[in-house]
Design a protein around this ligand. Structure first.
Ligand code: DGL
Length: 280
């Protein structure tokens, strides 16, 4: 049987192409520690950032269906690329068919909502995957709320691979991190705020801080996604009551367990156990 259509409450699903969503999970767990979580990293098929719309949509749909099957009623796409390229399609095309009572949320809107309070110059930059930048999701969402803000974007295609290959702290990372930052800030000298619009990027934060020009604020998403989820539960008690509260987290990956366990334990600073699953 493909889908679990039961009404039995379950954990909150958190999905990413790989390890990046752990930066979101960590913050959500700090804000909402009482809930149960099920993290799914599609590490075997990461990165998503350079893939076509059709492929990102297909992979994301498979992951969402899997998390539903495994008992989640609410899934957070803790991946900007999936939020930009697949969220709307999953909500419109797939949820009505799978189960209209289940929910899928993304990470772009909660990030964008905070930006008006942060920038003073009203010029901001976005660093993200090629897919997210090409989708124009950030400028489109920002201009819906803050039409006066000028947005410049820069794709940093190598950054996700640095994280997925455990090279975040290696000397090779410096070159690619400096290059993308320099290219972004050269587009608009008035930028005072840069959104890290990819959930992998906070795992490169020490180096990003090192190369970001002084006076530019770096915005990471986890805190804003967590606050937004807390508000969501207050506005939607019918979804809240379908999320179990036991303080447990289950980790799943499409790659080898050992690889995920080793890297995720470093990123989360705690030892975890993980189960391998297949999405195809
Ligand atoms: N962490 C994801 C994002 O926020 C995906 C990166 C990738 O797989 O390219 O965009």
């Amino acid at each position: 049987m493909k889908q679990d259509l039961s009404t039995v409450p379950g954990p909150i699903g958190v999905f990413d192409s790989g390890y990046g969503g752990l930066t979101i999970l960590k913050q959500i767990k700090e804000t909402l520690p009482e809930y149960d979580y099920m993290y799914l990293g599609d590490n075997a098929r990461a990165p998503y950032g350079t893939r076509s719309f059709e492929v990102v949509y297909e992979f994301t749909r498979q992951a969402v269906e899997k998390l539903f099957e495994m008992g989640c009623h609410l899934v957070i796409l803790a991946c900007n690329t999936a939020s930009a390229k697949a969220l709307r399609s999953v909500q419109v095309n797939d949820l009505p068919r799978i189960d209209p009572a289940r929910r899928v949320l993304g990470v772009i809107r909660p990030t964008v909502e905070c930006i008006g309070e942060i920038t003073r110059s009203r010029h901001i930059g976005v660093l993200a995957t090629a897919g997210t930048i090409k989708s124009e999701s950030y400028p489109l969402e920002i201009h819906k709320l803050f039409p006066d803000i000028t947005v410049s974007g820069e794709a940093s295609p190598m950054w996700v691979s640095l994280v997925e290959n455990n090279e975040a702290n290696g000397p090779g990372a410096d070159y690619f991190i400096k290059k993308s930052i320099d290219q972004l800030v050269s587009k608009d000298s008035l930028i005072d705020t840069v959104i890290l619009g990819c959930t992998h990027y906070p795992l490169l934060l020490p180096k990003i801080e090192q190369f970001m020009p002084e006076g530019i604020q770096i915005v990471t998403q986890g805190k804003y996604v967590a606050i937004s989820l807390k508000n969501y539960f207050q506005r939607h008690p019918e979804i809240d009551e379908k999320c179990t509260k036991g303080g447990n987290t289950i980790f799943c990956t499409t790659e080898a367990e050992e690889k995920f366990t080793e890297s995720a334990s470093i990123f989360l600073n705690e030892s975890i156990s993980v189960q391998r699953i297949s999405l195809e």
